[in-house]
Every structure is written in C-alpha cells, then in structure tokens.
Design a protein around this ligand. Structure first.
Ligand code: PMV
Length: 354
C-alpha cells in the first residue's frame, strides 16, 4: 500500500486595520460594505504557523489548533477547503517518488496543524493570520497556480480580515462589485520596506475573550445602525483615497489623523448598534486620552492608535524615538504591578523594550 506523506509549512503574520472593515453585505461569501486598509505585522511578531499534510493513509480531514483537535465541519472551513481543492493541480515529487494526479485530490484527505505564537485567548486577532496561513499552505501543498490576490478571495471566506494577511506591508481589501465575490480581494498598497521606520506596539489591556463576536456584532450593526450606512457610503470611500495617499507619501500626520478617526468611528458605529456594543473599556479610553494629549502638545502627531473588537490598543509610533517615548509614558501612567489593566506589551520591534 502507498504510505507516503507530503507536507508543507507556512507562516503568516496577522494584520491590523487602519481603515476598518465592519459590516457584511453577504454573510456566506463574506462580502463587506466598504473597502478597508491594514498594515501587516512583522512575521516574527504575532503570527500563525501551519503545517498541512496529505497521505493516502489519512481517512478523513482533521485539524489541530495549538495541539488540540478542532472541528472542521463549520461552513467557513468547508468553503476554504472546497475552493482550494477545486484549484488543486498535479504534483510530482521525484525525490520522494510521489505523484498526485489532479483528480486524486478529490479523494485524498488532509491533516492540518496550526500554531499561534501568541495566546489565542489574548483577545488579539488570530483568525486573520489563521485562515490566510491555511489557504496559503494548502495552495502550496496542492500546487495551485493562483496568485496571492486570487488566494485572498478564498481566505476571505474563512474570515474577512484574513484576505489582507496574504501580503506584507500595507494592504487594501477592495469590496468588489460582483455577486459571486470574485473581485472582493486584497491588493498590496506598499510593501514592508516602504515605511519601515514605523514601530507598532500592542498594549494588551485584557486577555479575556471578546464578549460579542465580530460575526454577531456586524450583523446587529448592519441591521440597526444608520450611522453605518453613512460611514460606508460617505466617509470610508474618501478616507480610503486619503489613506492611500498618506501611505504613499509617508505622511505620518495624515496617517495618524485618519487611523485614529477611523478607529473612533468604528467604535461609534458599535455604540450606534441595538443593543449597543462596547469593545473598549476605561483603560482603552485612558490610552486614547494620553495619546491625544501628547499629540496635541507636539508640533505634529507622534503616535496613532487603533482598537479592534476588544479593549487592546494597537499603537503605531512614527519612529523608534517616538516609540521609546510612548513606552515611557505608558509605563508611567499605567505602572506594572499596580491596579493598571495593561497586562503586557507586544512590540513590533522587540529591542525597544530592553
Ligand atoms: O475578519 P473578522 O470577522 O475577524 O472581523 C474583523 C473586524 C475588525 O478587526 C474589527 C476590523 C478589521 O478590519 O480587521
């Protein structure tokens, strides 16, 4: 009997939106109500490592997350697996004497092992890196010929924000027009070298899991918030153009203004939902105040803040000097081992913490 195993390992960082995605126009295909733009973190920081394996000895598809088996029966996993299997091509590995014909992929089963290098319960986006890594590693295993943008449209069906993790640097997810979602995909705005003096620091305010999942939250917002309609139609399209300009020109003042305003509008839209959704807490608000005051006391903004579906602050400093000053301020206002709610910091550049 055949006993070979073919394996591929890939590593994918998570991404943080600076113009937020919030609200779906199609829940099954995961099509958004507006474009979004994100920055992909350094692969050494928050990332997922996934190994995918195929062997004729496997009798079903199985997956382990951080060493624990999880179910693959959910619609999102099934969509990604189905889409990627449909694009599988012939594989010939002479060294290992493996030959897989295109049609063999229909019968062969997969084993998937995925690890996050950060606690999954830390309230930090893990699905973005996870689905991007899953789709990317499967595409390599199955010798699929699609480019990263085409793969992003598959990762999108696992988790919307995942489509933006297929590229480094700054990435735009264009909402697309067509009903089947084939044009709702990610494109790179600027690569990771374009603006590499930015330093990203995440202040982990709470390691608890978020109370309202993004799926439920978005559904409620789309159904009840008038502010979301205004945001999607009138505000975001202009901001996307301005943000692309700011990134291209490395214009930190505009970048910071747009990033902070968009985070605040996203949380305003959550508050405008029935029932209202609160993702930030008192510590988040104190961090915003601290950064706003500091930025106003300087000639030009030094730090941008943005918050996702949880209380943790993602802080983007203009350069290493601003990042060092930021850490000083945070450690002063939120001293460790006091009743501060900041548990830890995850740095985009670890040397800054030494
Ligand atoms: O992709 P999801 O379902 O995890 O939603 C992500 C939503 C935000 O993180 C709040 C915003 C974004 O654009 O990433």
């Amino acid at each position: 009997a055949d006993t070979w195993v073919r394996m591929v390992t890939a590593q994918t960082p998570t991404n943080i939106a600076v113009i937020k995605y919030w609200g779906k126009r199609d829940e099954t295909l995961i099509l958004p109500v507006n474009d979004s733009i994100s920055v992909t973190l350094d692969p050494n920081d928050l990332c997922t490592t996934t190994t995918v394996a195929v062997s004729p000895t496997f009798d079903q598809d199985r997956m382990w997350l951080n060493g624990k088996e999880i179910s693959l029966s959910g619609g999102r996993f099934q969509s990604c697996l189905k889409e990627i299997r449909a694009r599988a091509c012939e594989v010939e590995d002479e060294e290992k004497a493996i030959k897989i014909a295109k049609k063999d992929w229909e019968k062969l089963h997969l084993h998937i092992a995925s690890y996050n290098n950060f606690p999954t319960a830390a309230g930090l986006a893990s699905s973005a890196a996870g689905f991007a890594c899953l789709v990317f590693s499967l595409a390599k295993l199955m010798n699929a010929k699609e480019d990263n943008s085409e793969l992003s449209a598959i990762a999108r069906q696992g988790s919307g924000s995942a489509c933006r993790s297929l590229f480094g640097g700054f990435v735009k997810w264009t909402m697309g027009k067509v009903d089947n979602g084939s044009d709702s995909l990610a494109i790179q705005v600027a690569d990771e070298k374009h603006w590499d003096d930015l330093v990203i620091i995440i202040a982990v305010v709470s390691s608890r899991m978020k109370e309202t999942s993004s799926t439920t939250g978005m559904r409620d917002t789309v159904e009840t918030s008038l502010l979301l309609q205004h945001r999607a139609k009138e505000v975001v399209p202009k901001r996307i153009v301005e943000m692309e300009e700011a990134i291209k020109n490395r214009d930190f003042a505009s970048f910071a203004r747009l990033t902070c305003s968009d985070s605040n509008q996203f949380h305003a839209v959550c508050l405008d939902t029935q029932p209202p959704i609160f993702y930030m807490n008192d510590t988040s608000h104190k961090i915003i105040n601290c950064v706003e005051k500091w930025n106003r006391s300087e000639e030009t903004p030094q730090v941008a803040y943005t918050f996702d579906a949880g209380p943790n602050a993602v802080l983007i400093a203009h350069n290493r000097k601003a990042a060092a000053q930021l850490m000083q301020k945070l450690l002063y206002y939120f001293p460790p081992n006091s009743d501060t709610d900041i548990n830890s910091y995850v740095a985009g550049d670890k040397t800054i913490l030494k």
